[in-house]
Write a protein that binds this ligand. Sequence first.
Ligand SMILES: *Cc1c(COP(=O)(O)O)cnc(C)c1O
Length: 432
Amino acid sequence: MNYYSLVQKSPRVNFKEALFQGQAPDGGLYFPDHIPLLNKNWLGAIKNLEKEEIALEVMKPYVGKCIPEDDLYRICEETCSFSFPLVAIHDKISCLELFHGPTMAFKDVGARFMSRCLSWFVQHENREVTVLVATSGDTGAAVASGFSGLKGVNVVVLYPSGKVSRFQELQMTSGHSRVTALEVSGTFDDCQRMVKEAFADTELKKKRFLTSANSINVARWLPQQIYYFLAYKDWPCEKPPVFSVPSGNFGNICSGLVAHASGLPVQHFIAACNANKVFPDFMESGVYSPAQSVSTISSAMDVGDPSNFKRILELFHHNYAGMKELISSYSVTDHRTAEVIWDVHHKYGYLMDPHGAVAFDCLQTYQDLHPDEKGIFMETAHPAKFGEIMESTTGVPITMPAEMSAVMKGVKQSTPILPEYSDLIDFLWNKD
Ligand SMILES: *Cc1c(COP(=O)(O)O)cnc(C)c1O
C-alpha cells in the first residue's frame, strides 16, 4: 500500500513514511492509493474471531511490508487490550462504548496503534524522535498515555492553560515518562499555530526528528476502522446497522466509511454534530463553508473546519449524490443534548456523555424518518469525564470510576510557556 497526497504534488510514500511525515510536504493529507477489499468468507466468520485477529486483518494491507505480520499482531493486541461492549439501550438503539481504554475516550485506539508502530520503527533504526502535539484535551491525554515510556520516543504536548478539565490536565501532566507537558498561557489556536511553525522550521528539523500525532496521521486515523468491525461482530440482527458517529474533525466517521468501502455491511452513516454544523449544512446545500468554531458542552466536537472533510470527498470521488445516499447529518443544540441525556437516563437507566448524547439524538431523528432501521451510536467518552456538565445539566450525581480517582490524585508536572514560538523553540533546542 502506498499513500498519495490529496494536493497531488508530493511523491507517493509507504506507511512508514506517511506515519513519520504526518502530512505530505505539499501540505496535503495522505490517502491510501486503493481501498483493499476484505474477503467475504472472512467477514461471514467474524463472530468467531478475536479482537486482535480482526484488527490485524483490517490493518495488514495498510501497513504493507513495513512491519512483519508477527510484530503487527502484537501491536494490534496492545492496541485493543480493553473491551468495546455493544450495549442495547432499547430494541432499536444500541451503544458502542469506546471509553474503556486508559484515558476513557475513544482516541486511545488510534494513539496506541500509532505509538507502537512508531516505537517499532525507531527501535529498528536506533534513532530518537520527538512527537509534538497541540491539544484541547482528549488528544493530549491519549497521546501522553499511548506514547509514555516507549523507547526512542519523546513526547511534547502543548495545551492551553486553564482551558482543559482538571482530569484531562492530570492525565497529560502526571505519571508519564518521556512526556513533557507545556502549559501555554494562550488558547488552543495558539498551541496549534506554534506546533505548525515548528514543523515548518527547517533549522529545528535538522537538530530534532519531529513528528506529529494528531488525527490527520494515517496511523491514528485508519485503525479507528476496527470499532466498526467489532460492532458488526456483536451485531445480533440480519440487516446491517446504521452507525451514528459524534463528529468533530471527522476522522472517526471517515474511517467507518473506509471500512464500508472495503466490504463491511452498513445500512447508513449519520454524522452527528453539535452547533458546529458546517457538515450538516454542506449535506443540505452542497456548499462547504468553513466557519469559526463555537463552544458547546460536547467540546471535543467544536471544530469549524473538519480536517478529514477532504478525505471524505476523495473517498466518494467528489460525488455529492453518492454521499447523500450513504450519509445523513444533523446538528444538535446544547439544550437538546442535555434534555436527551436526562431523558435516556430516566427512561432506560443509561447515562450518556454529551458527545454520545448528540449521536443518540441524531440516530433518533433518522429513525423517525426511517422507522424500520436499527442502529448503533458511538459513546466516545466516559460520562464521568464531563462530570460537572453532567451534574449541572441532569441533576444526576456522577460517581467517578476508580481509575479516574487515581488520576485525580496525581501531581501536575508542567512547564509554563508564553504563546510565542520563541518560547517553544527555546524549550526544544535546550532539551536533552
Ligand atoms: C475527538 C472526539 C470526538 C470527535 O471525533 P472526530 O474523529 O474528530 O470526528 C468525539 N467525541 C470525543 C469524546 C472526542 O474526544
